[in-house]
Design a protein around this ligand. Structure first.
Ligand SMILES: [Fe+2]
Ligand SMILES: [Fe+2]
Length: 190
């Protein structure tokens, strides 16, 4: 069994994966015959699979996902606005994926994890590592069109927005996440 904070947290992860999948689904519909079409489509499919994996994990723990209103990454738009082009989409994705993999890695270190939860975290993290790798490579490939400094500046803007979202607007989330992974807030918010 899992406690209410853990149920909330796994439901929150699930919502984030659903939101990521829908976001990438929209992106992949707009890019058409683009050199990154394959990577974008695989990314979209992976995030949908992750939503299913959390759903299945919760089911195996005798729980149903909670219906939560607002995903973590929805709040980027309030802070920084929507990405204006594919380069900015990938800059936002790089920052977000780093946040995700960092959070999942911390969660994996939590004491007394249900085996289903640690197995799900490990499976998803394998995919998230690939997400980070392809997005990082794709951004490098865009240096020729945008310039390295412009790409770096976009990543830095999203990094700042991510810090704002994490520290200012999701204090309730951070507290629940911190209780779930058994770490203090300082360790979680860095
Ligand atoms: Fe994911
Ligand atoms: Fe991902």
């Amino acid at each position: 069994m899992i406690d209410n904070d853990s149920l909330w947290t796994l439901s929150y992860y699930r919502l984030s994966e659903i939101t990521g999948s829908l976001f990438f689904g929209r992106v992949v519909k707009t890019v058409g015959d683009h050199p990154l079409q394959g990577e974008l489509t695989k990314h979209f499919a992976d995030e949908a699979q992750h939503a299913w994996l959390w759903t299945d994990c919760l089911k195996s723990l005798g729980k149903k996902p909670l219906k939560l209103d607002r995903a973590y990454q929805d709040q980027y738009a309030s802070v920084i606005g929507a990405p204006g082009n594919l380069m900015e989409v990938l800059a936002a994705t790089l920052v977000f994926e780093q946040r995700v993999i960092g959070q999942y890695a911390r969660h994996l270190k939590a004491p007394d994890l249900a085996p289903q939860v640690s197995a799900t975290l490990r499976t998803i993290m394998d995919d998230e590592r690939w997400h980070l790798a392809w997005v990082r490579d794709a951004l490098k490939g865009m240096w020729a069109d945008y310039g390295e400094a412009t790409v770096a500046a976009a990543v830095a803007r999203y990094r700042d927005a991510d810090r704002t979202v994490f520290s200012d607007t999701v204090s309730d989330v951070t507290q629940r996440l911190a209780r779930t992974v058994g770490l203090n807030l300082k360790g979680v918010s860095s």
